[in-house]
Design a protein around this ligand. Structure first.
Ligand SMILES: [Zn+2]
Length: 271
């Protein structure tokens, strides 16, 4: 089957929101992607730059010998969030930050407003993202280029229908069901490094200098490594060094400070 021949570990193949760590896979997906680019302007789970109200320094218990820090170490809000949606045509969101996963699914009617993103793409055709993510990834690519890394998008927005097509024909142990893919948000990108004529992708990206640069600088542009190593029990997904999710600079910085660096923990969803 299609997965054979990829010299990558099982973790790579598990990208339930990606499904094409290889060019071959990407090419197979294009017909389905094209059929549902039409969007109805539904408000989406676009992250808002909402301040995280975590700087309430406990002055009462702070002795003079311990200066209260200007910035708390863990800005994650302590608010148990529950999914109270009556319709899955919008993603579950906490403080404006959408969460799409196997636990928090959306239906086919969730169709974010997208724009074309003019950055390098070596994956499934044109890159389409929500505007905030589009701007951010453009800036990210420009900064990476200055640092000497030509990045390229392998995958960005994916519709419910295209995910459904993959799910029908793919290995269900590896492919997420439709509605559970974060790519449907238009806020996630799968990246690779164009090192000359070589495409460095998948787990190789994570081990590369470009991957290290991304890990270090992604948050400055509002992106997080959405599925960090060793957090599958929280995110439900194995380590994906190529999958970046736009959450806004503040949240991205906050996520980087959480213990395991997961969005779930930052949003109080890790139980
Ligand atoms: Zn992905």
């Amino acid at each position: 089957m299609r997965w054979k021949g990829f010299a990558v570990g099982a973790a790579v193949l598990l990208c339930p929101v990606l499904w094409w760590p290889s060019t071959a896979l990407a090419e197979r997906s294009t017909p389905a992607v094209r059929t549902d680019a039409t969007t109805s302007a539904v408000p989406t789970g676009t992250p808002q730059p909402t301040p995280t109200p975590s700087a309430s320094s406990p002055t009462s218990s702070t002795p003079s010998a311990t200066p209260s820090p200007a910035t708390p170490d863990v800005p994650a809000p302590a608010r148990p969030a529950t999914d109270t949606r009556t319709s899955k045509s919008e993603p579950f969101a906490v403080d404006g930050i959408a969460v799409i996963s196997s636990k928090y699914r959306v239906n086919a009617r969730f169709s974010p407003t997208l724009v074309a993103t003019k950055v390098s793409s070596t994956g499934a055709g044109k890159v389409k993202l929500q505007k905030v993510a589009s701007t951010a990834v453009t800036d990210l690519f420009a900064a990476a280029k200055k640092a000497g890394y030509q990045l390229t998008v392998r995958s960005a927005y994916r519709s419910y229908a295209s995910q459904a097509a993959w799910y029908r024909t793919g290995d269900r142990n590896l492919v997420a069901p439709p509605g559970a893919s974060e790519h449907q948000s238009g806020l996630a990108v799968d990246l690779a490094w164009l090192k000359g004529s070589t495409l460095v992708r998948g787990t190789d990206l994570g081990r590369s200098p470009a991957g290290a640069w991304l890990k270090r600088h992604a948050a400055e542009f509002g992106f997080i490594v959405r599925y960090p190593p060793g957090t599958q029990r929280i995110t439900g997904i194995a380590f994906e060094p190529w999958h970046f999710r736009y959450v806004g600079v503040e949240a991205a910085t906050g996520v980087a400070k959480t213990k395991s660096k997961t969005l779930e923990e930052y949003l109080g969803l890790a139980h």
